[in-house]
Every structure is written in C-alpha cells, then in structure tokens.
Design a protein around this ligand. Sequence first.
Ligand SMILES: Nc1ncnc2c1ncn2[C@@H]1O[C@H](COP(=O)(O)OP(=O)(O)OP(=O)(O)O)[C@@H](O)[C@H]1O
Ligand SMILES: [Mg+2]
Length: 443
Amino acid sequence: MSKKKTFYICDNCGYESPKWFGKCPVCSEWDTAKEIKIEDGISTTKEQRSAVLLLDEVSKIEDKKRLSTKYEELDTLLGGGIVSGQVILLGGEPGVGKSTLALQLSDKLSSYGKVLYVTGEESVSQIGIRSNRLNISKKNIYITTENEIESLLITIRKQNPVFVIFDSIQTIYSNSVDGVPGGVLQIRTVVEKIRRFSKETGVPTLLIAHVNKEGNIAGPKLVEHIVDTVIYFEGERTTDLRILRVLKNRFGPSGEIAVFQMLSTGLKELKDMIFVEESNMPGNVVTSLFEGTRPILIQVQSLVSRDRIATARRISHGIDVRKIIILAAVISKHLNLPIDSHDIYVNVSGGLKITDPACDLAIASSILSSLFNKFLGKIVLIGEVGLDGSVRKVPNLKKRIENAKKAGYEKIIIPYDSINGEGIIKIKSLKELYSMIIDSEEG
Ligand SMILES: Nc1ncnc2c1ncn2[C@@H]1O[C@H](COP(=O)(O)OP(=O)(O)OP(=O)(O)O)[C@@H](O)[C@H]1O
Ligand SMILES: [Mg+2]
C-alpha cells in the first residue's frame, strides 16, 4: 500500500521543501509555497505495472520507429529522427522563430498522418496567415486553441495524431492543481501529463517554451529532467542566422547544432556550415569552430587602433572579452609589441559565438593582421594559444582540416601535430606566426 506524501514547492522558482516556508530561501519571494501531495513508494499507474518487456525486443521496435523530419540537419540534430513517444522541449527567446519552426515541422510530419498544433499564444487566424506566408500544405494539420490539458488529452486521443505541438507550455494549464498558467506548479504538472501521454501512446510531442533573459526555460529548468530532449533556438536580432542546439538528448548526442536562415518564406537549413564572406582586408582571418560533432568555418574580424585616451579599450562581439584581454597580453609579452596602448575590437561573423579554444590562434592573428595593416592571405588558422605564447594541439583537427579544404582553403596553419599534408603549415608558437607575417612583408 502506498501512502500520501506531502511537500511544498515554490511557485516562483521551483524550490522544494518537506516543510512549509513563508519566504523562499532560494528566490526570497514571500507566500509562494504550494502544497503538493503525491503517492509515496512504487507508482501504481497501469502502464508501469504492466511494463515487463524483453529489452532485446524493445530495442528492435524502437530503432525502426524513428520518424524523419525531412530536414536533414534536424534529423542529424536529433540523432537520426524523432523517436516514438519522444518529448522534445524547444526553448528560445521571444521572436527567435519557434512557432515558425514548429509549423514547418508540422508541414513535413503531416505526410505521415495527422499533426495537431495546440496554440495558446496565437489565434487560429494568425497561424493561418503564417501558414500562407510559409507556403504550408494545409492538409492533415489541425489547430486547436483549447488550453486545459485534461480536455486537450481527450481530444488528442480521439484525433490519433502522429505528432502534437504545444505552443507554448506556459499557456497550457491543468485543472488538477492551483496556480496560474506558466507558474512552476502548472508547468510541471502539464509537462508531466504530456510525458505520460507520449510514453503511453507513443505519440511524440514538441513543447515550446519561452526562455527568460538568463537563458533558463521559464519554469526554472524544472521540466528539463522530465522531457527526453531539450533544444534551444538561438539567434541574434541583427542577423538572419538561427542556431538550434541540443542541450540534452536521451536518444542522440548532445551539443549537436543545426543552422537555419530566417527568410520571409520561413526557415531554411544551411548545410555547408561555412560562414565566411571572402575579404582580403587586414584584420580578417578564417578559423574552424567545432560545435557538437561538426566543424564550422567562420571569420574573425579585428580592428586595432591607436588609443588617444588613457585606457585602451577591448570590445568584442561573439567572443568573451576576457579572451581578447588575455590574447592581447600574450601578444604584448611574448612578441614584445606595444599593444597595451591600442584599442582592440573583435567580431565574429554571422552572429556566432566562439567558446572553442581552437579559435585562439585566429583571434590573435586577426589582431596582428589589423595591427600591421596586412592581410594574411587565404588561409585557415587553427590552434589554442597558451599563456606562454605556445600554440597548442586541439581536438578534431583532422575533421577541421577536411572541412577547410572542402571549402577551398589550400593553406592551413595548425599546431605541431602528426598530421601532414599539402598546404599544412605547423607552428609551435605565436612567435613563429609573427615571423611569417614579418617575412612575407619583406618579401
Ligand atoms: N514577413 C516576414 N519576413 C521575414 N521574417 C519574418 C516575417 N515575419 C516574421 N518573420 C520572422 O519571424 C520571427 C518571428 O517568428 P516566430 O513567431 O516563429 O517566433 P517565436 O519564437 O515563436 O516568437 P514568440 O516567442 O513571440 O512566440 C520574427 O522575429 C522575424 O524574424
Ligand atoms: Mg511563437
């Protein structure tokens, strides 16, 4: 026999406690404690009591059941398509393109059967207008504005769809718990009900969620552990590039990315992973950024100018400014260049963000290229720069080189490594690169 267990959850941040609290010790809000009662011990739900299956059999069924999204990049991102009963959480800032992606995905998946689009954010006519703009086939896609999860699940079971989209989970509510839609308790209950539905019926679901400024899915990370897959949609307002990034995936690798371009006709997949605009202006260099399991060719741009004021500025976009400060210090100390008195501005192409240390050499070279007002040529630079001015080995070098060569780059500067080949130049330190720049200037 199971007995009821009571605990309290903060409706603002999700903090859980066995005891009632007036002020939440985590977010400091008052009167946010909500009482929750759950069955203690072994769950007695029907699906769990009957879950005695031979793993060997299950694995065979599951592998066959992957649905292709018909977007090559999206399939790769998901580890080969959508798995039966998979619950996917799609998070992103307002206006990044979540609903657009969801509608385009509905279009593709509607060729397998009915797709149900639950819209709590927008009216049916707004979705109608978008579907015209995106040229979506209207067949097999059903829209509902119902937002109570209990009646929604009854409707969904009747409709027997192949895929269901909830846009967004913050607008859906459950009649079984208190609290406003979008509150911690509501989100948790709604997502748990959807998860149960998906696991029981095998119908995969996509849950759209807004993220707040800190990048947390509102309803603080509470549902990330409930769902199978967490995907974030990232993008800068100033560019049309949109990046889908897998944060967690029970059915594929995490860290994988897919890149799209936002056009008036909708999101278009970018398959070649090259974000370089050819330029022979000083300060422009190309490097290879590794994201997930794939290399991306990107451009780093620097402007180094003589400072007229007391303190030199370091400003960057797409790179942590601390990286620029460190690399400038390395250049100053090990190349003995008076860069401390110069302003340095560094930018990354396409609104992408660099955290990969393999781009260090390119950033440093870009600074040098601007400082000497000299274009370094059509080359790709790959390597980490140590505080001692050394150029260090980086992972996935072979894949990065292949990608660069495929893009037409014949000269590639890399750290000292066992890799040999035509056009490969190996260097051990930033000093060697500096000599190359100086030598080519004389020649
Ligand atoms: N006519 C258009 N031409 C080009 N791009 C458009 C057009 N209309 C909308 N967009 C793009 O679509 C984006 C909005 O997409 P969408 O509504 O899918 O975002 P969302 O993430 O669902 O936003 P929300 O959080 O508000 O629901 C806009 O920010 C804009 O970039
Ligand atoms: Mg939307």
